[in-house]
Design a protein around this ligand. Structure first.
Ligand SMILES: [Zn+2]
Length: 438
């Protein structure tokens, strides 16, 4: 063949200098940026001045340890109790966009952005996407919802830095999405993790051949997924699936897996990550599991110091075979509040997810929902499932017996089609829906 590989060898890095900084240089940079962040909120934020009593001289620490000892945590409850613009650090006229957390709490947490906030976010997040295989020549489909949810727009801007061709699918129907993926030979995409299983189920139900798709890089965020789930999606879609982590209050796309799939490189020159004991708040050592706490370096409008994410992980500064020196956080498997209490039983969410994976073959192990209801004060639990086409006979009997053996509580089972079940969710189907306190 003529003209084989005339392209110049492409770099594995989006910003090699920053991505391969020495750990010592990274730590010096973090101290300098943390001082700036503390000084900035002490000067501009009513929230930090009044509620956290921070003054400019609180920025006079000389080590990361000293920072952790001196600066108090910020919690989601703090933000929910504050006034709308209490933490706003710029004049309102400088705001260009806002996003809100998708939580089910009565009041969402808003994150405001200036033009510079968006520029910084895009500049840093582009690294995560590039690391996960997105290139200028990529045909990329953004399947996360746009709108208030920060994952759509902020990631869209970041991918624009790479100059890829982005198709903003957002919350379009699964059939329309599958049509676009096929028609445009989309090679890279992003969605909440469970959406891929749903797409696969919808393709099968509608006799759409998955082998007609050309996906290579699948990025999943927004919720934890198991290694089994990853294997399933990768096999069905014949592509690599990478985890990504972020949260609205700080930023989407903050950390992502490289090709090694051994932890998520966090943008530690964009945010400062700490791992703390969830109960005592004590800062933990490398590789110890605890709650992730983040401090923003560049956010002008809604900066946060030592924000408790509620996500349980660990951090490692060990070198990665990919060459990046940015530390890696382990994949988030649970949150500090990952337990539901039901009739005196603690329902451990990861345990249930594992249990349902054990029913593979009978039901779709990744599209399901447990709904807890209170009917005239009487709690009841319902498991909503999608049956596999081939195993319909006796499936329900088997599932019921299996659950009875494995659970300390009674649960009713109801069967849905994948489409019906997905329609119950909004941008993502929650595996656990607790209606009892509403
Ligand atoms: Zn790596």
């Amino acid at each position: 063949m003529l003209g084989i590989n005339t392209q110049k060898k492409e770099s594995a890095f989006w910003d090699k200098q920053k991505e391969t900084i020495s750990v010592a240089d990274l730590k010096s940079l973090q101290i300098a940026k943390l001082r700036e962040s503390v000084r900035f909120v002490a000067e501009h934020s009513d929230f930090y001045r009044q509620r956290k009593k921070l003054l400019e001289h609180d920025a006079s620490f000389n080590s990361l340890d000293e920072f952790s000892k001196k600066i108090p945590f910020t919690t989601k409850e703090d933000l929910l109790q504050s006034e709308l613009y209490e933490n706003l650090c710029v004049p309102k006229k400088n705001l260009v966009e806002m996003h809100s957390s998708s939580g089910t709490s009565a009041k969402p947490v808003y994150s405001f952005l200036t033009k510079q906030d968006i520029q910084k976010s895009s500049e840093y997040l582009a690294r995560t996407w590039y690391m996960q295989g997105v290139r200028e020549e990529s045909l990329f489909a953004m399947m996360a919802s746009y709108g208030l949810f920060s994952a759509g727009l902020l990631n869209h801007y970041a991918i624009q830095q790479i100059k890829s061709f982005i198709i903003p699918i957002g919350g379009s129907s699964a059939l329309k999405t599958l049509g676009i993926l096929r028609e445009f030979s989309v090679d890279s995409c992003a969605a909440v993790a469970s959406y891929y299983s749903y797409l696969i189920a919808m393709a099968k139900q509608n006799n759409i051949r998955l082998s007609d798709l050309r996906l290579r890089h699948i990025i999943a965020g927004g919720e934890p997924f198991s290694e089994n789930q990853r294997c399933y999606v990768e096999k069905e879609l014949n592509a690599k699936m990478y985890d990504q982590y972020g949260l609205c209050e700080i930023n989407t796309g903050l950390a992502g897996e490289c090709a090694e799939k051994n932890g998520l490189h966090i943008l530690a020159d964009y945010v400062y990550p700490e791992i703390v004991h969830p109960a005592s708040g004590e800062v933990l050592e490398e590789n110890q599991e605890g709650e992730l706490v983040l401090t923003t370096f560049y956010k002008q409008a809604s900066p946060l110091l030592r924000y408790r994410t509620g996500d349980i992980t660990s951090i490692s500064y060990a070198s990665c075979p990919c060459g990046r020196t940015m530390p890696r956080i382990s994949r988030i498997k649970r949150r500090t509040t990952d337990t539901l209490f039901y009739k005196g039983v603690n329902i451990e969410k990861p345990y249930i997810a594992k249990l349902i994976e054990g029913l593979q073959g009978y039901l779709n192990p990744y599209i399901w929902q447990i709904e807890l209801n209170s009917d005239a004060g009487r709690d009841e639990a319902v498991l909503k499932i999608v049956l596999e086409q081939s195993e319909r006979e006796n499936a329900l009997d088997h599932i019921t017996a299996y659950l009875q053996r494995s659970l300390d509580f009674k649960i009713k089972t109801r069967v849905f089609t994948a489409d019906e079940l997905a329609r119950l969710g909004n941008s993502k189907l929650k595996n656990f829906l607790d209606n009892r306190n509403n």
